[in-house]
Write a protein that binds this ligand. Structure first.
Ligand code: BGP
Length: 462
């Protein structure tokens, strides 16, 4: 038996987001985000037609929920501010009720000695901003920077760790390539523009934070998906490099190094999909290098060289450059359809150590969504041993990376309480705490009891 000892100041906790937990989606002055709008328009795109109003209502329950966090041994918690709650029109007047809510929530966390990690944008574009063209319109970039500045002014005294975006690639790929999120566009060139403007918004928010004189840190949260080739054949290796370039380095390089990879710029130029840029953009990106990185990790990407020729009449897709590879014998979370590959987190952390200046980072999401967890209830408690195994195995790899010098400062599970998820609503449950949607009752799962012990002992036996 080994004891996996983590540093005593390691961040233990969980992550959530405004749209997935707050509820009150059209109350107290909050305007619609694209999620409220899309659900109204197309409820059938959501599992069981459950929309973003049906959450654990953190807006009303944050005080008791923070007590539960304490019971789970959290010393940190990540959530986001809803732009459409704070500045309902996207620009202009600030909603005083939102200011009170976020101030009270942050104060309650501090009282419980739980450090708030605050993200400014977690997929939830205000509808008013989307109607102006969303991230395709540079005016929306300016509006976001103003929103970020407002957040720093209002809450910056109490929040010492900020994140500009959560998984900025997701609105790009799901909203502008794969027709899975609003605005359901399928257009590579527009996707590239959205990605580019998002990083400009990010970089300007970072600069704005540095100008504010506040003494905290600012970063970005990226879902880094290590790409593994089927074989050592050069064509398979190239496929993996392309997937890495398109899905990881397209955000990681500008965020940490302040510059896009040359190969990516060349590729965009070769296919005539390069974004519109303005003079001075390069300097903006340089000034936006992060202090810290959040790493979300769920699954790897396995690829092989493309077998079939590209259909030049079809829409351009990242998959023009590789084929997905279903590795025989891979371990799957069949509920979510995602491979479980624990070593992936180690590979990410070592890559950051070796190639990105060992930037301080923490695991900002990792977790296991499971359907029908009621099946596992015994004595009133979800016996989610599968989740404990999942977290333990990932933490063993995080531990090993730290031993080898990786600068990883914490681990947050996705998520605190079972939450509403984008199109999947409540299909898969992820929480340390089970939520009964009808009664709003919360019950700590076995994994919640386990993590409380791990956090208090700064490690575990395994
Ligand atoms: C991440 C998001 C989270 C969360 C999680 C689980 O990509 O940052 O918001 O939703 O994935 O994924 P899903 O809810 O799609 O199962």
């Amino acid at each position: 038996m080994n004891f996996y000892q983590f540093p005593t100041d390691f961040w233990w906790g969980s992550a959530s987001s405004a749209a997935q937990s707050e509820g009150a989606s059209q109350r107290d002055g909050k305007a619609k985000s694209i999620w409220d709008h899309w659900f109204e328009q197309s409820p059938s795109r959501f599992f069981d037609e459950v929309g973003p109003e049906d959450t654990s209502t953190f807006y009303d329950h944050f005080q008791s929920d923070i007590k539960l966090m304490k019971q789970l041994g959290h010393n940190s918690f990540r959530t986001s501010i809803s732009w459409s709650r704070l500045i309902p029109d996207g620009t202009g007047a600030v909603n005083p009720k939102a200011v009170s809510f976020y101030r009270n929530m942050i104060a309650e966390l501090k009282k419980a000695e739980i450090e708030p990690f605050i993200c400014l944008f977690h997929f939830d574009m205000p509808l008013a901003m989307q109607q102006k063209g969303g991230w395709e319109n540079r005016e929306v970039v300016d509006a976001y920077v103003q929103y970020a500045k407002t957040c720093f002014e209002l809450f910056g005294q109490d929040v010492h760790l900020w994140f500009t975006f959560n998984e900025p690639i997701v609105p790009v790929e799901q909203g502008y390539l794969y027709d899975a999120h609003y605005p359901n566009v399928v257009d590579f060139r527009r996707a590239v523009q959205v990605a580019y403007h998002t990083m400009l918004a990010h970089a300007q928010a970072v600069a704005c934070y540095r100008d504010s004189g506040l003494d905290g840190q600012i970063g970005i949260i990226l879902n880094l998906t290590p790409s593994y080739p089927r074989s050592e054949h050069p064509a398979d290796q190239k496929a993996a490099r392309m997937a890495d370039l398109l899905f990881n380095r397209s955000f990681l390089d500008p965020a940490v190094l302040g510059v896009y990879p040359k190969e990516l710029a060349q590729l965009m130029a070769d296919y005539s999909v390069a974004p519109h840029r303005q003079d001075g953009d390069g300097a903006i990106l340089q000034a936006g290098k992060v202090d810290v990185l959040g790493v979300n990790y769920y699954q790897p990407r396995r690829v092989k060289a493309r077998l079939n020729a590209i259909n030049p009449d079809g829409p351009m897709m990242p998959e023009w450059f590789f084929d997905a590879y279903e590795m025989p014998g891979r371990k799957m979370n069949r509920h979510r359809g995602w491979e479980i590959y624990e070593k992936g987190i180690y590979d990410i952390l070592i890559n950051l150590k070796d190639n990105y200046g060992n930037i301080p980072c923490y695991v900002s999401e990792n977790g296991m969504g499971v359907e029908g967890e009621d099946r596992f209830i015994q004595d009133g408690v979800v016996q989610d041993d599968y989740r404990i195994d999942f977290v333990r195995e990932h933490l063993i790899w995080v531990h090993r990376a730290i031993q080898e010098g990786a600068n990883c400062l914490g681990y947050h599970l996705w998520t605190f309480i079972d939450c509403w998820s984008w199109a999947n609503a409540y299909k898969n449950r992820y929480g340390f705490i089970a939520l009964d949607l009808k009664t709003q009752q919360r019950t700590i799962k076995k994994s919640g009891q386990w993590i409380a012990k791990v956090a208090s002992e700064h490690g575990f036996e395994g």
